[in-house]
Write a protein that binds this ligand. Structure first.
Ligand SMILES: *Cc1c(COP(=O)(O)O)cnc(C)c1O
Length: 354
């Protein structure tokens, strides 16, 4: 049960986003976490003219340590990983003042200049210093100034993650104003003013403040989706990654369980609808490999019935094809499903058009 990765489609998506952002004087940081920094996919991105690679996990940044791109650690560093942070990230997203001296000491040891990107919380309430806490923000800037081996690479915000808050001209202006305020006060230009993730793409077309010069893009890159409303971006591919899975049983069976029911293998109380006799196929893939509800069969006349750790049951009653054991079904997958497919050690990767 491999995933099939179309490297040409992936390259198209990457180039498309670079061009789209360029029109607004904005540059993407390509986020590699959803595909676990797959080597071949990273290599495709390496050959685009994007400037930045970003990931929340050090292991992924370390895997492309030789890349020529500037590497950004997205998740705030762990105190226990300061050494690796400085070693593998050129820039790290940060919010705590106390981290600065740790990063600075380590950067001195490694004889490096490490960039910090101060995360500003614009209301989504995940990471970042609250946008109106100017006292803290100023203290942060001052502390960076005192650290000889650190520099302020930029400021950034994350939206539509925890709090589901949409990027808007208003909240982006708050970020833009903070950037202007820094630049006027310190007479330095900020390299990065990062206005969020794939949920900021629609605003870019409308009225994104021109000060925003960076977006960190993961889901749009791999799925061609803007994530404010989860809509398909025209002329981008949704199916760079497909799952292929093999049929291990086909039977006509009742659709309603027989006997007294309790809970399923995952402790869930399920409701079953009696649809009469159904032609069902079982596929050799399950919840250990992916989020089965996030899969969409390419055969539109097939629907997913249920799943357990290692099995996926589909209804093939209405399919025009007559499937048999050994046949393969293909699926597209949503963000969560893709994340798990790449993380599962049981899923092989097949590359096409590379
Ligand atoms: C994962 C992540 C992103 C990428 O988000 P997408 O919605 O996949 O584009 C951007 N910023 C941070 C901080 C992240 O953790």
């Amino acid at each position: 049960m491999p995933i099939i990765i179309d490297l040409a489609k992936f390259k198209h998506n990457a180039d498309f986003l670079i061009e789209k952002l360029k029109k607004h004087n904005c540059y993407p940081a390509f986020v590699t976490k959803v595909f676990c920094a797959d080597k071949k996919m990273v290599n495709v991105l390496e050959n685009t003219d994007c400037k930045y690679f970003a990931d929340s996990r050090i292991e992924n940044l370390a895997s492309y340590a030789k890349s020529s791109k500037t590497k950004i650690l997205l998740r705030l560093p762990q105190k226990s990983q300061i050494k690796e942070t400085v070693k593998y990230a050129d820039i790290s997203c940060n919010s705590c003042i106390e981290m600065l001296s740790l990063l600075n000491n380590e950067a001195k040891k490694q004889d490096k200049k490490h960039g910090v990107l101060l995360m500003i919380d614009l209301g989504d309430l995940r990471e970042g210093v609250m946008y109106d806490n100017l006292e803290y923000i100023d203290a942060y800037y001052q502390q960076v100034e005192l650290c000889s081996n650190l520099f302020l690479a930029g400021i950034g915000a994350n939206l539509t993650c925890y709090g589901s808050v949409l990027p808007s001209n208003d909240n982006m202006n708050v970020l833009a104003n903070l950037a202007n305020r820094y630049e006027e006060k310190y007479h330095k230009k900020l390299q990065i003013v990062s206005g969020g993730n794939s949920s900021s793409l629609l605003l870019l077309e409308k009225n994104m403040p021109s000060k925003i010069n960076n977006l960190r893009l993961g889901e749009s890159l791999i799925l061609g989706l803007e994530t404010a409303y989860s809509t398909q971006i025209p002329n981008m591919f949704h199916d760079c990654v497909r799952l292929e899975s093999e049929i291990i049983e086909v039977f006509e069976k009742p659709s309603y369980p027989i006997g007294e029911t309790s809970i399923n293998a995952f402790g869930e109380k399920m409701t079953y609808i009696d649809k009469g006799i159904m032609k069902r196929a079982i596929l050799a893939i399950g919840r250990q490999d992916t989020i089965c509800d996030g899969l969409t069969p390419d055969d539109k006349n097939i629907s997913i019935v249920g799943s357990s750790s290692d099995h996926l049951i589909v209804d093939i009653t209405n399919s025009a094809k007559s499937y048999a054991v050994g046949d393969k079904l293909t699926f597209t997958a949503n963000y969560g499903a893709i994340l798990h497919l790449f993380t599962s050690k049981y899923i092989k990767r097949k590359y096409i058009n590379g």
